[in-house]
Design a binder for this molecule. Sequence first.
Ligand code: ACO
Length: 434
Amino acid sequence: MSDSNKSGLSEVTLAAGDKNVVLPVQHPTLGAPCIDIARLPKETGCFTYDPGFTATASCKSAITYIDGDAGVLLYRGYPIEQLAEKSSFLEVAYLLMNGELPTPAEFSAFEHEVTHHTMMHERLKNFFQGFQYDAHPMAMLAGTTASLSAFYHDTLDLEDPEQRRLAAIRLLAKMPTLAAAAYRYSIGWPIRFPRNNLDYVNRFLHMMFEVPSEPLEMNPVVAKALDLLFILHADHEQNASTSTVRLVGSTGANPYASVAAGITALWGPAHGGANEAVLKMLAEIGTPDKVDAAVARAKDKNDSFRLMGFGHRVYKNFDPRAKIIREMTHKVLGELGVNDPLLDVALKLEEAALKDDYFVQRKLYPNVDFYSGIIYKALKIPTEMFTVMFAIGRTAGWVAHWLEQQEDPENKIGRPRQIYTGSASRDYVDADKR
Ligand code: ACO
């Protein structure tokens, strides 16, 4: 029996005027029970109001579990700490998409298939030429990902499980190719083909950094760190971008369009854009002696400044991914011999915030994005590419959720209600009378 079942709550009764409405309670394998309110409008004539969906489960999912109070994150039941230590990003992607860890033969077939879907169509390259040279790579990534639907008509029949699977593989395989192309276009370098003799992460690094004039020496420390970052970013249950993928997917839109929408949702500074914002903030703070002033600004309600990389909708404890990245940051910077003054600012900021009453009372801890920017910087990934890196990792989760949704018998078009606050009905006023 799960913890939630032990609570024994099987239904709740809501007193709505002179009527008692009995609502069933659904019990997850882990986590809090959910009151099923689907019958509420019919029984009471009322909707529920929950801005930001802070109290609302939008679907059933068997992919990822988070306990925000305990700082627990499980992919398909496996703790993130174990996957970070023992697995690889591609194996994690298989796990998220298929539900189980692969056997060596299954992994080898999966890796082969992903490797052989990494190329982009020659004509898709023309899309990049249409962008201004200083276009943000997230804009290029969203645009070119949506454009994939115009190239792969053979994977648009959503009734066919094989076409759905192939579309998911294509998205996973091509995302690094599009991401590297966006970067190279922005700096005026020729776009590189993916190399099949390299693994997923090294292939991406090669497409990013290889120059025609000299061979690129692959650095295993960099590849390992990036692989780990992709694992940590791979999924996070119904976060804003994944919910966006599901919302678009619920309309029957194709997976390329659905994932493109997820990319745009990820871009915002309150979500995946935070890693870029963290680095800009640390650079603005500049030196450790300015940290206290920044903390004071973040606490000032008349100032819109927030500490980027702090706080999380779900974690009211240390984000377990942040713990892993924190440790890795020191290791990677040490191994690469990087001495980054921004790390000193970050450590001072972390220390100051963790002992400040404002942050303690609101349970605002460093999140995954607080450290990831510093590592990306050490890996020589340019700042505008940070959110793109997040998108590459999160593609595994997006496609896993999209695949799950397509098989969900309860899947319906997402259509929230509202509390209307506009005018009551009134008559049109002719222009000369206004
Ligand atoms: N700095 C200062 N104060 C903060 C911060 C912050 N980073 N985050 C929250 N607070 C304060 C709020 O002002 C609010 O204070 P109040 O109760 O006095 O009004 C309280 O903490 C609760 O904040 P909410 O915004 O209601 O919390 P919510 O769960 O809606 O927001 C969010 C979570 C968006 C992540 C928020 O903490 C934030 O903006 N953080 C900075 C951006 C960031 O790092 N985003 C990355 C998230 S992780 C990810 O997407 C991978």
